[in-house]
Design a protein around this ligand. Structure first.
Ligand SMILES: *Cc1c(COP(=O)(O)O)cnc(C)c1O
Length: 653
C-alpha cells in the first residue's frame, strides 16, 4: 500500500503528519517507510554533506528511516528554482526509480511531496505530474484555518480531475472548542466523501504526541473501497467482444490506466496493444484530459442538424490540414459506421452519374468493421459470412495482395484483380481496401505499388477508391497515413480509432470535392445522420490530439519503436514454432504455425506484467508511441518466452 502526502499549501504540517503516520503505522505492526524525493532548504554539515530536515524528522521517530532524498538542494525555494541554482534539473523518471528501489521491502510507503500540488519541479512538470505517474492514493494535509474550505475543495477537484484517488484528508491544528474550526470540519465532512482525520494543535513539536490520535483513525486510511468488483455480474450479464456468453474467457478488472501502463486490481501491466490501435499517446494524457474537461463544462453533446460548434469546426480544419487532397468531412460515431458512410457515398455518387453500379470490389483478408454493410466487404471466411448468408450483400473479392511490403514488386499479383475489373466493370461502384496494412484480417503488410495500380484501375473503370485508414491512420505505420507510402490519393478515406487517441468513439469519412459535388447536384442530399454526429466532447479531444501530433515527435517515436521491434522480435524467427516475423512502423507481428490458446497465453502475459492480446496464429505489438525503450524490449522478450516455453498451447491435463 502506498500513499503520496501532499498539502493545500506549504508549512501546514505535512512533514509532521508524515512522520507521525510513519510511527503510527510501524507501531501498528506494518513495515512502513517514508521518503522525501525532493528536499529544498538542506543545510551543510561541517563535513560538507547536506542534511535534509524532513528526513531528520522521520529518523527521530523511526531511527532506521534515514534515506537521503533523490534530490537535495540548499535554497529553501520552489524545487525548480533551487535545482536551477545548483545547475541541476529534476527528472521524474529518476524519482520513480528511486521510489521503486527504496520501497521494495516495505508494506506501506509514504512519499512526501514538497509544498502543494502545483509546485514546479522543472520548467515543464509539477508535483502533480509526479503524483500522477506514481499513481498512489493521496493523503491531503490541510490546516484548519480561515480559508481551508476553499483550498481543500480546489485541491480535491484538481486531484480527482487528474484521476487520483484521495485516501484521507488530514485536518491539522484542529480545535474542538473553536466554533469556526467546528464549522469548517463539519462542512468538509458533509461536502466530501473522503475520510477526515483530525489532529489537534500540540503545544510542542513532539511527533509522538500525535501517534495515539492517528492510531485511532488509521482504519480510515486502509478502508476498503466500497464498490467491490462484481466480476460475477460481468460474467453473467455482460457480453465481451467475440465471446461465448455461457463460458466466457476470463477478463482482468482495470482500475486505472496512465502513460503506457494499465493497472488491474492485481498489478501493473505494460501495454502492448494501445487498446486496439487507439491509445497512441498512452492513457490519461494531461492535455487530452484538459480538452475533455474543458468541453465537458461547456456542453457534452448537441444535435448536429441545424446546429454547429467550435470543436467540430476546429477538428475539421485540422483533419483537412493533415489531408490536403480532401475537402469534405462526415463525422460519425465508430469505424464501422464510417465505412457504411463511405460505401453509401460511393453508391449515391454512382447513382447520380446515372449508372447502375452496386457492387464493391475488395480483397481477401480485409477487415472493415462489424455492421452488416462493413461485414459484407470483410474477408468472407474470417468475417464469417456463412453466418449471415442471404443477408449480406454479395460483393466481389480479389486475392489478398501477395507482394510483401519489403520485397520487389511483382506485377503478376495484379493479374486476377485486373481480370475481375474487366469482367465486372459495369457493376463495380467502388473499391475498398486497407492501405499497406491489413489489420484484423491477418496483420499483413503489402507493397505500396499495389495501391498505385489499383488507383489506375479505378480511374480506367470509373470506380471510386476508398481507403480504410481506421487502423493505420495517425502515424502508426511510420507515415501519418498509410496511403502516403504509396503516393496515391483515394477518393474517400475513413479514419477512426486513434483519432481521439483512444479517449472516446469517433470516426470520420473524408472525401474529395468531386464526390460532394456529384452527390449534391440537383439539390441532392447525402442520406445519413447519426444521433451522435460530431459529438463535441469527442471532437474536442480529437482536435487536441491532432494538435499534439503536429507539435510532437511521433515520427521519431515510431521509428524508434520500429528499430527496437526489428532487433528484439528477430530472435523469434529462429524458433521452430514461428512462421514469420514482420515489423512496419509501430506494428510488430510474430506469426506462428499454429493457433494460440488465448486463455493460456493471456494468463502467461499477465503474470509477466504485460498486456498483449493475440488472435489466431498472430502475436502482435502496437504499443503506445510513448513507450520507453526498455519496456518495449521487455514486451518483445516476453513474446519470445511465450513461444519458446510453449506458453501458447493449451495445457494438456
Ligand atoms: C477497427 C476497424 C474498423 C471498425 O471500427 P469500429 O470502431 O470497431 O467500428 C474498420 N476498419 C478497420 C481497418 C479497422 O481496423
Amino acid at each position: 500500500m502506498n500513499f503520496f502526502i501532499t498539502a493545500t499549501d506549504t508549512d501546514v504540517g505535512k512533514t509532521f503528519v508524515t512522520a507521525a503516520l510513519l510511527s503510527a503505522i510501524n507501531q501498528n505492526g506494518q513495515r512502513a517507510i517514508a521518503l522525501k524525493p525532493v528536499q529544498t532548504g538542506c543545510e551543510n554539515t561541517p563535513n560538507g554533506k547536506l542534511v535534509a530536515p524532513d528526513v531528520q524528522q522521520y529518523r527521530s521517530v523511526v531511527a532506521e528511516n534515514d534515506i537521503p532524498p533523490c534530490y537535495a538542494f540548499r535554497l529553501p525555494a520552489s524545487p525548480h528554482y533551487a535545482a536551477q541554482l545548483e545547475n541541476q534539473v529534476i527528472e521524474i523518471p529518476k524519482i520513480l526509480s528511486y521510489i521503486k528501489q527504496q520501497s521494495s521491502d516495505y508494506d506501506v510507503t509514504l512519499i512526501e511531496g514538497a509544498g502543494g500540488i502545483f509546485v514546479p519541479l522543472n520548467q515543464k512538470e509539477t508535483m502533480l505530474d509526479l503524483m500522477i505517474q506514481c499513481h498512489y492514493s493521496v493523503i491531503l494535509v490541510c490546516p484548519n484555518i480561515l480559508g481551508v474550505i476553499n483550498s481543500v475543495l480546489m485541491s480535491i477537484e484538481t486531484l480527482h480531475n487528474h484521476g487520483l484517488s484521495i485516501a484521507a484528508l488530514v485536518l491539522n491544528f484542529d480545535d474542538e472548542n473553536d466554533e469556526i474550526f467546528c464549522c469548517n470540519r463539519e462542512y468538509l465532512q458533509q461536502h466530501t466523501d473522503i475520510p477526515l482525520i483530525t489532529l489537534p494543535r500540540f503545544a510542542s513539536a513532539d511527533i509522538q504526541q500525535a501517534v495515539p490520535y492517528l492510531q485511532k483513525q488509521l482504519s480510515h486510511l486502509f478502508r476498503q473501497p466500497e464498490n467491490q468488483w462484481d466480476t460475477d455480474f460481468d460474467r453473467q450479464h455482460l457480453w465481451h467482444p467475440y465471446t461465448n456468453a455461457l463460458n466466457p474467457l476470463p477478463t482482468y478488472p482495470v482500475v486505472s490506466a496512465s502513460n503506457y501502463h494499465i493497472y488491474t486490481t492485481s498489478g501493473r501491466l505494460i501495454d502492448g496493444m494501445s487498446s486496439w490501435w487507439c491509445a497512441a499517446q498512452g492513457y490519461n494524457n494531461q492535455a487530452l484530459n484538459q480538452a475533455a474537461i474543458k468541453q465537458l463544462h461547456q456542453f457534452s453533446h448537441i444535435m448536429f442538424a441545424g446546429l454547429t460548434h467550435q470543436p467540430a469546426i476546429e477538428l475539421g480544419k485540422k483533419l483537412l490540414q493533415l489531408l490536403p487532397d480532401f475537402s469534405r468531412v462526415f463525422y460519425s460515431d465508430s469505424g464501422s459506421v464510417a465505412v457504411e458512410v463511405a460505401l453509401k457515398l460511393a453508391l449515391q455518387y454512382q447513382q447520380k452519374i446515372a449508372v447502375q453500379k452496386t457492387k464493391i470490389l475488395t480483397v481477401l483478408g480485409g477487415y472493415h468493421g462489424d455492421t452488416l454493410g462493413a461485414m459484407s466487404v470483410c474477408d468472407p471466411v474470417d468475417g464469417m459470412h456463412f453466418l449471415f448468408n442471404g443477408v449480406l450483400a454479395q460483393h466481389i473479392f480479389a486475392p489478398r495482395p501477395t507482394c510483401r511490403f519489403d520485397q520487389e514488386f511483382d506485377e503478376t499479383c495484379l493479374a486476377e484483380i485486373e481480370q475481375l475489373f474487366a469482367q465486372h466493370q459495369e457493376e463495380i461502384a467502388a473499391v475498398i481496401i486497407e492501405p499497406i496494412v491489413q489489420g484484423a484480417g491477418g496483420m499483413w503488410f503489402y507493397h505500396p505499388k499495389y495501391l498505385q495500380h489499383l488507383r489506375k484501375l479505378c480511374n480506367q473503370y470509373n470506380a471510386l477508391l476508398i481507403f480504410d485508414e481506421i487502423a493505420t491512420g495517425f502515424g502508426r505505420t511510420g507515415k501519418l497515413f498509410a496511403y502516403q507510402h504509396a503516393d496515391v490519393v483515394p477518393d474517400i478515406i475513413c479514419v477512426g480509432k486513434a483519432l481521439t487517441a483512444g479517449y472516446m468513439t469517433l470516426a470520420a469519412t473524408i472525401c474529395q470535392e468531386h464526390i460532394a459535388e456529384v452527390i449534391s447536384q440537383d439539390n441532392g442530399v447525402f442520406m445519413h445522420g447519426p444521433t451522435f454526429m460530431a459529438n463535441p466532447l469527442a471532437c474536442a479531444v480529437a482536435a487536441k490530439n491532432i494538435e499534439l501530433l503536429q507539435q510532437g515527435n511521433w515520427q521519431q517515436q515510431v521509428q524508434r519503436i520500429e528499430n527496437i521491434m526489428q532487433a528484439h522480435l528477430a530472435p523469434c524467427k529462429r524458433l521452430p514454432e514461428t512462421q514469420d516475423v514482420r515489423v512496419l512502423g509501430a506494428i510488430g507481428v510474430v506469426e506462428l504455425k499454429e493457433s494460440v490458446d488465448i486463455q493460456t497465453i493471456q494468463a502467461f502475459f499477465v503474470e509477466k506484467g504485460v498486456w498483449i492480446r493475440p488472435f489466431g496464429r498472430l502475436i502482435y505489438l502496437m504499443p503506445p508511441f510513448i513507450i520507453a525503450d526498455e519496456d518495449l524490449i521487455y514486451l518483445c522478450q516476453t513474446i519470445f518466452q511465450a513461444i519458446s516455453y510453449q506458453k501458447y498451447r493449451r495445457k494438456s491435463c
